[in-house]
Ligand binder design. Sequence first.
Ligand SMILES: C[C@](O)(CO)[C@H](O)COP(=O)(O)OP(=O)(O)OC[C@H]1O[C@@H](n2ccc(N)nc2=O)[C@H](O)[C@@H]1O
Ligand SMILES: Nc1ncnc2c1ncn2[C@@H]1O[C@H](COP(=O)(O)OP(=O)(O)OP(=O)(O)O)[C@@H](O)[C@H]1O
Length: 307
Amino acid sequence: MTAPVIVRAPAKVNVQLAVGGLRPDGFHDLANVFLAVGLYDEVTATPADRLRITASGPDADQVPLDEGNLAARAALALARRYGLAADVHLHIAKDIPVAGGMAGGSADAAAALLACDTLWGTGASRAELLDICAELGSDVPFSLVGGAALGRGRGELLEPVETGGTFHWVFAVADGGLATPAVYRECDRLREASGQGFTAAELPDPEPSAALLAALRTGDASALAGAVSNDLQAAALSLRPALADTLRAGTQAGAMAALVSGSGPTCAFLASDENAAKVVADALISSGTCRTARTTSAPAPGATVVG
Ligand SMILES: C[C@](O)(CO)[C@H](O)COP(=O)(O)OP(=O)(O)OC[C@H]1O[C@@H](n2ccc(N)nc2=O)[C@H](O)[C@@H]1O
Ligand SMILES: Nc1ncnc2c1ncn2[C@@H]1O[C@H](COP(=O)(O)OP(=O)(O)OP(=O)(O)O)[C@@H](O)[C@H]1O
């Protein structure tokens, strides 16, 4: 019998998410500085008589178990490319919040892709795997590579970003998710309402912040705290005004920076060290402004075979 393959893939926070105007294809050009953080989903691939998805973990009931699951789509895409049948059981041990702006589905897609590639011995090159990742979603290539990277285009064109130390983070997990397309739409609506325009023809190209990249390179948490930014934050707050209370609670507890993670509603807090992170997490939990709070560190590795 073929042994199961287990792959772990990380969640992300966007330390800079600069959003350009709406493109004719419905996406936005980004200068997206991704940082992989140490919260992981684990995908186990086992040979089966058909494609089957199961999920476990506290949020498992929110994970689709049909072909809409990004892990299933990853297996199907790899099988199609190599003329194989996607006869595999993918079990997702889910620890990344669902629809939380932390790329949980993308992590599962990258993990499933690597797991099936290993299980089936397809031997796809890194470039081929990245190509399939980009077809599956804008965040998926980063889930495969991890660490830190600048995503251009719709976020799928990655350039490595150097990091010089460990950053300590707290994530406040909200009740219920936010749909990514709705948050981008709200961003467009707010821009149009403010009179600045919202199309790619009207807005300048988004650019990465030199100060932010330098802070990552030198491992300087204070400098990073001063440089983080998220152009989707106003839209996430507009759709979920209570997130302002969560951000305030973390800041009052001593976080060096507080921002919405990607499209939200998870809020991310940078802390000076592990102890400070724990203080912020405890304060967030007792504030009642989130469902739970998790502490972790970054950068974390990308999708990795662990067994
Ligand atoms: C918010 C982020 O998580 C930041 O990393 C990503 O930009 C979202 O990446 P994702 O969830 O992988 O998104 P995709 O599955 O590629 O796209 C979902 C939808 O989000 C919107 N979308 C996504 C990426 C992008 N650069 N511009 C967009 O406008 C589009 O409406 C798209 O139809
Ligand atoms: N493996 C998966 N895990 C979780 N959700 C999935 C998965 N596959 C598909 N989905 C669907 O995708 C939606 C968004 O899930 P996901 O957890 O990836 O959101 P997200 O973390 O906000 O994404 P991102 O940060 O990339 O915008 C879910 O509501 C669910 O319907």
